[in-house]
Design a protein around this ligand. Structure first.
Ligand code: PEP
Ligand code: MG
Length: 566
């Protein structure tokens, strides 16, 4: 068995098609007729651009616009007067086209790679793709055509490039194995978009596997099973069928209410980062937005977004959600996310530092402009405000006072907004859990951010592998914290949701039902799964499970028990 990263769920059983890298070696030749060589180069550029346009069209149909744009960028680069001109200059100096292309592309690859910036370095991969495509054309090498792959093919490749993905026919390719790539790499995103099981970062895949051999790709577990015996094939065939059956069965939950087996109703919302994500939330059957991470509007740019820009984004999200609730979290920056133009100082301990509500309350003009943008958008739908990283009642009061100031500014200007806009607290710090009763008296709602709540309760950095054994929402202390927050909200009569990753965890769901959570907010692909998992439990069954869990003293005990309880 080979281990890798499970990047796209599901099981594929098929025969290997090795997409080996073609040798692009050549012997540089002397150029005697410069004009003819220039013409050969220009024809190759035309052919390259035609191929790329065809590939982009195919990928637009199979995957989407964004993926097609990645490819079309290759045309812009090769036609760019600077890159193109430099290549032609070398040819005019009597170098052959292959050498000229290779040399200039290498110059760009070195330049992009040296920046250390992830986005710019990604462009080096694009230039490599251009170089290889151009050399293949100039050398008359025809690539293995992925589009000709027969049914039941597992693609095995060192690195899956966007241009390869364009040739993939979903009906015939049952699995993908690569030697490089992570959960968030282009290959992973493309494999998930195509819904093809994929295992990435399998070291030595290209050398240890060979074309035509039968293998099993388990994209859920990140495993590649080689030379499977009959009984193993039977076992995985059953697993694959059950995976596909579950997937189809989930569709039965589309358009349904979110209810437990004993009839309690819940709200099932989505987490989004941009207004465009709201479209995904709608398509996934989300009933609202439980967390709009507004920091994405502030990232990848050089200046603050204006009040108008923000207003448009918030309004758009609300319109896309057709007036369903949209909970907008005010700027939560610092810790793991960087916005260079804010000029934040490097901190020893950014997760405990000057971030989120702390930063906003000290940068009041910027904060007020965000609040005004949210308020203006509230005239167009059910929009709510949520403050991140609250640790004291003062912070909540101060934030609410600023909301009132923003409201009176708008009143003076005669601009419409929802006078009764709800202002809630993201309970994600240990302090907010401990004083949840006090906060509940002054907040309109809570949403539990278990990603941070787990970290701050356990004093375990959410990104540090060495303390990952502590970072679990099933630690007894975190479970107690969650229970306390929900209980305090219920006693104060305010709604309480959960927008951390734990909300979608099937093992967490009975506990949340028992404790009295009212709203779940999850990523779009989890919506139907969560609805199905909620429907499995009656309130009394959930209560029995929760009572047992609350008696357990270790995380291992809790997890082991919940696994059997499912
Ligand atoms: C959380 O902390 O649980 C949360 C949902 O917010 P983020 O992951 O953006 O910190
Ligand atoms: Mg958080």
């Amino acid at each position: 068995m080979l281990k890798g990263i499970g990047a796209s769920e599901g099981i594929g059983i098929g025969r290997v098609m090795m997409v080996a890298e073609q040798s692009l070696d050549y012997v540089p030749k002397d150029v005697t007729d410069v004009d003819a060589e220039l013409e050969r180069f220009r024809n190759a550029v035309d052919e390259f651009c035609n191929n790329t346009t065809e590939q982009a069209d195919a990928i637009r149909k199979s995957t989407g616009d964004k993926e097609a744009e990645i490819l079309l960028g290759h045309i812009t680069m090769i036609r760019d007067p600077f890159m193109n001109g430099e290549i032609e200059n070398l040819i005019k100096a009597e170098q052959c086209a292959e050498k000229a292309v290779e040399q200039i592309c290498q110059m760009f690859i070195d330049m992009f790679s040296a920046t250390g910036d992830e986005v710019t370095m990604q462009r080096a991969t694009d230039v490599k793709d251009i170089r290889d495509g151009m050399l293949a054309i100039l050398l008359g090498i025809h690539e293995v055509k992925i589009s000709d792959a027969p049914a039941g093919t597992v693609l095995v490749v060192k690195e899956l490039t966007p241009s390869m993905t364009a040739g993939i026919n979903k009906e015939n390719i049952v699995g993908i194995v690569t030697e490089t790539g992570s959960q968030t790499s282009h290959s992973a995103i493309l494999a998930r978009a195509l819904e093809i099981p994929a295992v990435l970062s399998v070291s030595g895949a290209v050398t240890s596997l060979s074309s035509g051999e039968q293998i099993i790709v388990d994209g859920s577990e990140g495993e590649v099973i080689t030379a499977p015996a009959e009984d193993v094939i039977a076992e995985y065939t059953a697993k694959r069928d059950s995976f596909l059956r579950d997937k189809r069965e989930l569709e039965n939950y589309r358009g349904q209410k979110t209810v437990s087996a004993s009839g309690e109703e819940y709200e099932l919302f989505c987490n989004i980062g941009t207004p465009k994500d709201a479209t995904k939330a709608m398509a996934a059957d989300g009933e609202g937005v439980g967390l709009f991470r507004t920091e994405f509007l502030f990232m990848d740019r050089n200046v603050l977004p204006t009040e108008d820009e923000q207003f448009e984004a918030y309004k758009q999200a609300s319109l896309i959600m057709k007036g369903a609730p949209v909970i907008i979290r005010t700027l939560d920056i610092g810790g793991d996310k960087e916005i260079p133009y804010l000029g934040l100082e490097k901190e020893e301990n950014p997760f405990m530092g000057f971030r989120a509500i702390r930063y906003c309350l000290k940068n009041r003009d910027m904060f007020k402009s965000q609040l005004k943008a949210i308020l203006r958008a509230s005239a167009f739908g059910d929009i709510r405000i949520m403050f991140p990283l609250i640790t004291t009642v003062d912070e909540l009061r101060d934030g609410k006072a600023l909301v009132e100031e923003a409201k009176s500014d708008l009143r003076v200007s005669g601009i419409a907004f929802d006078e009764n806009i709800k202002v809630g607290v993201m309970t994600e710090t240990a302090s907010s859990g401990v004083i949840a009763d006090m906060l509940a008296e002054e907040a309109d709602f809570f949403s539990i951010g278990t990603n941070d709540l787990t970290g701050y309760t356990m004093a375990a950095d959410r990104g540090n592998g060495d303390v990952a054994y502590l970072y679990s929402p099933f630690q007894p202390s975190v479970i107690r914290m969650i229970k306390r927050i929900i209980t305090c909200a219920s006693e104060a009569g305010i709604p309480v949701g959960m927008c951390g990753e734990a909300a979608a965890n099937p093992m967490m769901i009975p506990l949340l039902i028992s404790f009295g959570l009212t709203e779940f907010s999850v990523s779009a692909p989890s919506v139907l799964k969560v609805r199905k998992n909620i429907a499995k439990w009656t309130k009394s069954e959930a209560d029995a499970v929760a009572a047992k869990v609350l008696e357990m003293k270790t995380e291992a005990e809790v997890v082991a028990y919940l696994k059997t309880a499912l």
